[in-house]
Design a protein. Sequence first.
Length: 96
Amino acid sequence: MPDRKLVDEVHRISRRRGNGQLRREVWISEDCKVSRYNLAYINHALCAVDNGRVVGYDNQHGYHHRHYFGAVYPVDFVSFEEIEAAFEAEWMALGR
């Protein structure tokens, strides 16, 4: 059985709070473990490259990595919850 997409959300951020959008996609395997994810803060006014992705985390292309203003860096994966917490902390800090 193929992985099932559990979460597919886009939240628009008001101009007053920084503009852009938050994208959250999560797939789970048959045994209910996160098999794939894509977390992104997209704001074309802040980042003209990487489809506007200012900061994001995903495990596409066979490895876990972080996007930051057009650059891509590998990350050590401990858990999806840790990745999600790191993403939330980063995009919130950008909004300050």
